[in-house]
Design a protein around this ligand. Sequence first.
Ligand code: PLP
Length: 382
Amino acid sequence: MSERTIYLDHAATTPLDKRVLEAMLPYLMTEYGNASSIYTLGRHAMQAIDRSREQVADILGCRPTEIAFTGCGSESDNLAIKGAAYAAQKKGDHIITSAIEHHAVLHTCQYLERFGFKVTYLPVDGYGWIDPAALARAITDQTILVSVMYANNEVGTIEPVAAIGRLCRERKIPFHVDAVQAGGALPLDVAELHADLLSLSAHKFYGPKGVGLLYVRQGVRILPQLQGGSQERGRRAGTENVAGIVGAATALRLAYDDLPRTTPRLVALRDRLIASILTIPGSHLTGHPTDRLPNNASFCFEGVEGESILLSLDLQGIAASTGSACTSGSAEPSHVLLAMGLPVELAHGSLRLTLGKDTTEEDVDAVLAALPAVIEKLRALG
Ligand code: PLP
C-alpha cells in the first residue's frame, strides 16, 4: 500500500484548508463567547458571525440577513422543504422535486407525504438531466414548492436550475436549490439562478463538517424546524457554532477566489481520467459528457460490483466511491442510476472518482495504472 492515500472522493467530503483552520482557531480558543451574550466576549463572537454572513452574502449576491447558518447540508434541505411546505399549507399541498435528488431532499419529501402533502418526482433522461418543460407541465394550482438540485452528487450532471427558477418565479412558486455539490465549484449568484432558497454545506468546499447554510430570499416564508432561542433571526434555534460559521465563510470565499485557477486544472484531469478509463472494455460514462461538475468522473462497468472495485482500490491506497450511499452486502443499486434508465446489473458496477484541488497528475496516473487490472481481475473471479 502506498504511503499517502490517493483521495478521490471529494464529493463525499474534503479536507479542511489550513487557512480555514487558522481563521477558526481563535473562536475555539480565545474568542469563545456565546454570541448571545452582551459583554465584550459575546459581542466579538456576534461580530465574527456578522462578518461571515456578509462574506457569504457577497458570494451569493444577496443581503446578509437572507443567510441562515445551520448544522449541515441535510439540515438546510430539511429546513427549506419542510419550512416552506408548512408555511404554505393553506395555499396548497403539492411539491415538485426530481427522482435523482439526494436523500436529504427525497426522504424529506417522503416524510411530508405522510402528513398529506403530494409530491411529484420528475423523471430524468439518460444523462440524469431534468427537463424544465416537464417541470412546467407538472405545476398545478396546488403547487407550493419546487426543489431541484444544482448538480447531482453521484454522476455530476449540472441541472438547468436557472431555467427552472425562471419559470417558478413567473408562477410565484418558491424554488429551492440543493447546491451542496455545486458550492465552491459553480457560480452561486442567487439572482441569476432565480432561487428563493438555496442549501450549502461547508465540508464540501474545504470547510469544517457540521456547518451548513440556507439562503432564504427576503419575503419567502419558512417555518423554523428547531424550536428554542431566536438565533438566526428566529429561523434556527441553538447557540451558534461560531468557529464553524467563520470556517464556512472563509472556505467559501477561498473557494471562489481560487476558482479561476482550480476549474481548468480539474477539468483537464477529469477529462484525462474519463478518456483513459473509457478504453477499458465494458466501461460506460455516467452523467452528462460535458455539462458535469469539473471534478466528477463517474462510470459503470459491466460484470463487476462497484463495491469490489472500491475494496481493491483501497488496498492500493486509493479512496473512491460507488457514488451511492449503499451498505455493504445488501447494496441496492443507486436510485440515480436507475432513474437514468441504467439496467440494474450495470448500475451495480458503479464507480465515482471525484477530484480535489490537491489532486495531482501523479494521482490520476496511479488510478489509471491500477484500475484496468482491478476490473480484469474481478471479472475473472466473477
Ligand atoms: N445534498 C447533496 C446534493 C449532497 O451531496 C449532500 C451530501 O453529500 C447533502 C445534500 C447533505 O449534506 P451534509 O452531508 O452536509 O448533510
